[in-house]
Structure formats: C-alpha cells, structure tokens
Design a protein around this ligand. Structure first.
Ligand SMILES: C[S@@+](CC[C@H](N)C(=O)[O-])C[C@H]1O[C@@H](n2cnc3c(N)ncnc32)[C@H](O)[C@@H]1O
Length: 393
C-alpha cells in the first residue's frame, strides 16, 4: 500500500464516528484514502459486510472486527522525492511527474511526521538532487522511513547511483544529532522505472537492523524486509494467532510466507518446532537474528518458495499447524491442493485479500473455518486483513 495521506485541518478533531478531513484529499492532490468521505465506523461495517459476503461463516461466528486508530497508525513512510535539492518535495509525483509534497500526512506515526521536515532539511544540507523522471537527471528517488514502537528510525535513501554516498556519509552525523536514527542506508535503484527500491543496500550506520518490540517478541528488521505497516494491527494479529492456537498445542508449526518471522516467533513455545519459509533472503536474515536474540533454539527460517517447500516435504515432516500469510495473490491452487491432501489438521490463514482467500478456501473443501476476524490494517482504503483458523471437517 502506498502512503495515503491525511493532513491536519481546521475541522473538529477526528473521532471514529465522523469522516476524517484532509486538505490533500479535498484539493485533489492525493486521493489514496479513497474512503475518506465515509465515517470510520461505516468503513469498518462495510468491510465486515464484504468479508461475510465473500467467505463461509466460521463455526464460532465472526469475532468483532478490530478497529485501527484512524490516524497516526502507519509505521512506514514511502516518500517520492521531487522538486530540487534546495526545495525538495516529499510525497508523490503528479501526472506530469512534478513533486507533490505530502509531508503532513496524518496516517504516519507522530515520529515519522516530525522526522520528515528534518529529512527535507538534510536533503538540502547534503545537496541531494531529487531524481527528475522527465529529464532522467538527479539522484535521490525515494525516502523510505520506518519508525519502531520505541521511537527509533530506519532511514533509507533510494538513489540512482553511488554518487551521493560520500556526501551522505559526511553529513550523516548532523542527522544523527537531530533524529533518533538507528539505521541509515543507501539503496541503489539505477533503473528508470517506477520501482520503489533496488537490490543493493549500503549501510551507513553501525547497526543494520531496527528493533521492533511488539509485546513479548522483538522483531529485528533489516532493510528490504516486509513488515506489517500498522503496528497496532500487527500486534493484534499475532496476539490472535497465539490465542487461537494455544489450545491446539501443535508440536510442529510451519509459517509459510514468514517475512521477518512475526507469526513464527510469536508461536514459538517449549517443545514445539517452528519452521518459517520466506522468499526474501533479507527477511530470512532478519528472522534468524530475532530468533537468536530471543534465544529460541527450535525455530528455524529457510529461504525459498513456500509451495516448493511444502510439496517436496517428506510425509513424516508434515506439521500439526500451517500458518500462511501470502501476498495479495493468495496461496494459489498448487499449495491449496497440497494442503487439501496433506492431512495437516489446522491451517491459520492471514490474508490481505478476501477474494483470493475465498478462491483458496474453495480449493480446500476438506477444511472449514472455525474462527475468523477482520483486522483493519489499512483504514480509509478498501483493504483490510482477515484471519481465519481452518479445521478439517
Ligand atoms: C504479506 S507478507 C507476510 C509476512 C509475514 N508473515 C508478516 O507477518 O510480516 C508476504 C511475504 O511473503 C513473501 N513471499 C512472496 N512470495 C513468496 C513465495 N513464493 N514463497 C515464500 N515467500 C514469499 C514476501 O517476501 C513477504 O515477506
């Protein structure tokens, strides 16, 4: 999801029952928050109705949907840098590829909001010319900033080439003096295309990981690793996963599409073997770091394709519980078919797309939903997360 902004406005303070107001939205500069005209409670009720229409009802009925804070919930700012080195814009590009500044977006956590003007100053100070899409000139393409629940920042400068690296290193101490930056990096994205980040990362700080304490578990996030963008909803999601599976007492768990290990690390328990499978090597390294820091010996993470891992597993390796949390496309027919024939007693499916979830469930007729809950990971948009626990009929 790209950052949908809300700006402070003279209208009354936002509550859950009134529609949010945003100058950027009202003036047409940014329309990312497509549902902004609708009161938050009504958005949530519509999403719940959609879930109930798309998916079979769980045996225990649908739990009450989990509401997000309506503002200041996004822990990651993805800002396209436009304008000039002396007057940079942080936000998006308009139809003519000119920068539109959205630094007042109220979806960002307070720490991100306060950091953006300081980062704009830093762009000036380090003379980082924004990349001009039309002229194909300039260096700085994006600023990607993540705030941890403890208030620390990971700041990533996505650049066309290494040209600004020396200047960034020279001026970095002044940035570290002004903001609680734990990790600063340059990501190299040389291609002239609308891709957020490239393959190569140059770490400028002694630390390369941002600690994300979430309740009892701390996830250590490396650059280029997926992390749920709404910290409150991520905490609720992992908490629900633990609550729903404790009574099942699985002795073995697979976490497929494990990312930085959110489900795997929360589900780790004495006497339980947990295996995470994830395509991104950087996310696997993040998860391994977190498992080691927590002293968890029986949790391992493997790089690779989730479906390939499952279909090649020996019959005796099939676990008691499989967690799947795929991208929007869902798990697809092959993995659904394998689960269907696998004998795995329970599947916990966390989905950001109820339509592909419905298609995957249709491909697994032996399973029926036992519990289900919507978590509003993406307020003011049509998107949300839905968690379902499946049991064999
Ligand atoms: C929605 S994220 C979930 C991450 C994690 N479960 C969490 O809670 O943060 C989906 C993850 O699937 C990974 N992924 C995408 N395709 C994959 C594949 N074919 N096999 C394994 N992992 C994949 C992505 O890199 C991403 O980390």
């Amino acid at each position: 999801m790209d950052a949908p902004p809300l700006t402070p406005s003279p209208t009354p303070p936002l509550t859950r029952s009134v529609a949010a107001r945003c100058d950027y939205f009202d003036t047409g500069r940014c329309r990312s928050c497509a549902l902004l005209d609708q009161p938050y409670d009504a958005q949530l009720a519509d999403k719940q109705r959609e879930v109930e229409a798309l998916l079979p009802a769980p045996a225990a009925g649908w739990s009450e949907p989990v509401a997000s804070p309506p503002v200041e919930f996004r822990n990651k700012a993805k800002m396209v840098v436009g304008g000039t080195a002396t007057e940079p814009t942080l936000g998006i590009l308009d139809a003519a590829f000119a920068g539109v500044d959205l630094r007042e977006c109220r979806l960002h956590t307070r720490g991100l909001h306060d950091a953006l003007p300081v980062l704009a100053d830093f762009v000036r100070q380090a003379d980082l010319a924004p990349y001009d899409v039309v002229q194909r000139r300039g260096e700085l393409k994006h600023l990607l900033v993540t705030e941890s629940p403890a208030g620390e920042l990971m700041v990533r400068f996505v650049c066309r080439s290494q040209e600004p690296v020396a200047r960034l290193r020279k001026h970095l101490p002044s940035l570290l003096g002004r903001l609680p930056v734990a990790v600063a990096t340059v990501n190299l994205q040389p291609a002239h295309k609308a891709v957020l980040e490239g393959e190569r990362e140059i770490v400028l700080t002694p630390a390369a990981t941002l600690a994300m304490p979430l309740g009892a578990v701390t996830l250590h996030l490396r650059p280029r690793s997926f992390f749920q963008t709404n910290t409150a909803m991520a905490t609720a999601l992992y908490g629900e996963a633990v609550a729903w599976t404790t009574d099942l007492a699985p002795r073995s768990v697979w976490d497929l599409y494990s990312g930085v290990g959110g489900f795997a690390l929360h589900l780790a328990a004495p006497g339980r073997a947990v295996t995470g499978v994830e395509i991104s090597q950087e996310a696997v390294r993040s998860a391994e770091h977190s498992a080691a820091a927590a002293g968890l010996a029986d949790v391992r993470f493997l790089p690779g394709d989730a479906t390939t891992y499952a279909v090649n597993a020996a019959p005796e390796a099939v676990p008691d519980l499989v967690v799947v949390n795929p991208p929007r496309r869902g798990i697809g027919d092959q993995l659904a078919g394998w689960l269907e024939g696998s004998g795995v007693p329970h599947v916990l499916y966390s989905s950001c797309n109820a339509r592909t979830l419905a298609a995957d469930l249709a491909a697994m007729p032996s399973y029926a939903p036992v519990r289900g809950r919507l978590l509003d990971m993406f307020p003011h948009t049509r998107h949300y997360e839905v968690l379902v626990l499946l049991g064999r009929r």
